[in-house]
Design a protein around this ligand. Sequence first.
Ligand code: ZN
Length: 311
Amino acid sequence: MIRATIVTAALLACVTPTLFAWNETGHRLTAAIAYDYLTPQARARVDALLRRHPDYKTLLTKGAPADAAGKARAAFLVASYWPDTIRNDPRFYDESRADAKPTRQLPGFPSMASHPTWHYVDFNFSLDGTAIPPIETPNALTELNRLIPAVAGRDQMLASYSLPWLIHLAGDVHNPLHTVSRYSKLLPKGDRGGNDVWVRPTREGAQAVNLHSFWDGLGGTDPSPAYVDRYAKELRDAYTPPVPDTHPETWVVEGFYNARSVAYKFSLENGTRDNPLPLTRDYEDPARTLSRERLAAAGMRLAAVLNDRLR
Ligand SMILES: [Zn+2]
């Protein structure tokens, strides 16, 4: 907490829309890790909260196994990227737009806003003296601190609505590029969490990709249960938890330092789609290792929060 406060005061600032999150696979991985660490009490509570969710019978259990335990776990995994799916759902509207038009209020939802700014908190930095704007709210950190108590609160509709958001944002902020934007003379309005930086991965035949997407996909791109369950087990086995940290402030400050030291290891250049910065194994190997640690930490920490609040 102290470390977070110092960093917040000293270097931070700002936000502009970031386009993606961990992809569906990454979110499913953190949720799968978390679900297996839940206590029986917490698991029963999250299962019950999701059953109350207005989208339980549709989106959350589409294609789920028929047995009760399999269905409950499947719903928890789908809930992990529900906040991404509603971005293209006409029931919801983007309240961050100047011309936002609220959609019809539906039963069971406290809000029909799609909340695109909740997915990240940009602690901005510049290495060449470019001015950085102040941090914007609401952001992932303000919302995590609101969602955690809401999930355990008396208002069951709010708790049920908040749970997919909590699962999702706990994952998002463990992606280093969801906690930072880099400002420079070349990009004085910031790079939007790496969305405006173009790189070419070392993989044979790889196309140019923006840096944010490169990080979003580091957990893989296969959302199938076979892949997710196998990789989640591998991560659980590889990263035996110490006592997981349950403070979102710590999660995002770590993300800021991870971004500075690993994600933005190259020069001040940003590349272009036609002339991307070539990545090297010296960049990609530590990036992949860090992504594994962050996915595992996200899952274990989410479980710790839920175990603590839903006794
Ligand atoms: Zn997201």
